[in-house]
Design a protein around this ligand. Structure first.
Ligand code: NAP
Length: 272
């Protein structure tokens, strides 16, 4: 009798705990014991993500074009070029049991959409949009085989705002944001939560030529994993990304105030 009462009390406590977590929106997905794959895990943010996933108790596949360049202990390097469909299919077959997929691999060619090399513009889309898409398509069946699974796409504040000198990057990240929204809806029925991380500049090779305040990628990786554990759909990792998001509702005039200085921009008419 006492045992039954205690068992019932434990169930009630667990339910209360789960409800509290759900209400607080955190710790719904526990990383411990899960199998995770990070693309572009040999350096930059991806390396921090792989390291911190490992430290939180996940089994980690560190995807890299050159797996020999993965220098982390306790993770399994795996060859993965996200722009190569054969490489993506081979990696998905080799792994088989991923329930957390982080699409981190990315490039920035600093290309103008108007005057830049079209090959660079295509490469940006092949990487951020088609590469991410092909990885998600290839891994969707194994993600769906788990009761709960997660995809995190590493986006940017530049998914929401454009700079002409990096127009190709912004357009590709914007397309990746749209892809994230569409696949979130398509993968929800199988229990796969698709989220996005938006961040400003981080101190990595990608932006080494840019002089600006940069976040520590280790901090951003921690925020990203906390976001996965909290089941957040959209993880706004820093103040620059938060500021761009706030300006979105102000339309063109809020996002691109420089237009005010140009002939043809009509003050008072350009609020949206
Ligand atoms: N740094 C920033 O300020 C910033 C801001 C916002 C968003 N982001 C995003 O954060 C993510 C990580 O960037 P990062 O800053 O860590 O840059 P990073 O240090 O330059 O690292 C980029 C990673 O992506 C990999 N990669 C590139 N193309 C690939 C492909 N076709 N297949 C597989 N891997 C590929 C690279 O591998 P290799 O070593 O083989 O080149 C490298 O591991 C990217 O999606 C980027 O757009 C960065």
């Amino acid at each position: 009798m006492l045992t039954m009462w205690m068992a019932r009390a434990v169930v009630m406590l667990n339910l209360a705990h789960m409800r509290e977590n759900m209400l607080r929106g955190r710790n719904v997905m526990d990383i411990t014991g899960k199998t995770a794959l990070v693309t572009g895990a040999n350096r930059g943010l991806g390396r921090h993500l792989a390291q911190q996933l490992r430290d939180r108790g996940a089994k980690v596949y560190a995807g890299a074009r050159n797996p020999q360049s993965v220098d982390l202990e306790g993770v399994t390097p795996i060859a993965l070029d996200i722009t190569d469909p054969t490489s993506v299919a081979t990696a998905a077959d080799a792994v088989g049991d991923v329930s957390i997929l982080i699409n981190n691999a990315g490039i920035s060619t600093g290309t103008s959409l108007l005057t830049g090399d079209l090959a660079n513009i295509r490469l940006e889309f092949d990487t951020s949009f088609f590469g991410t898409l092909s990885v998600i398509r290839a891994f969707a069946p194994q993600l769906g085989a788990h009761e709960g699974s997660a995809v995190l796409n590493i986006l940017s504040g530049l998914s929401w705002i454009s700079f002409p000198q990096a127009g190709a990057y912004c357009a590709a990240k914007s397309a990746e944001w749209s892809l994230t929204n569409a696949l979130r809806l398509e993968l929800a029925p199988q229990g796969t939560r698709v989220s996005a991380l938006h961040v400003g500049y981080m101190d990595t090779d990608l932006v080494r030529r840019i002089e600006a305040p940069k976040a520590d990628p280790a901090d951003i990786a921690r925020i990203a994993l906390d976001g996965i554990e909290a089941d957040s759909y959209e993880i706004i990792a820093d103040e620059p990304a938060r500021a761009v998001l706030a300006r979105l509702s102000g339309g063109v005039a809020a996002l691109y105030p420089q237009l005010r200085a140009l002939p043809g921009f009509l003050p008072g008419q350009g609020a949206k």
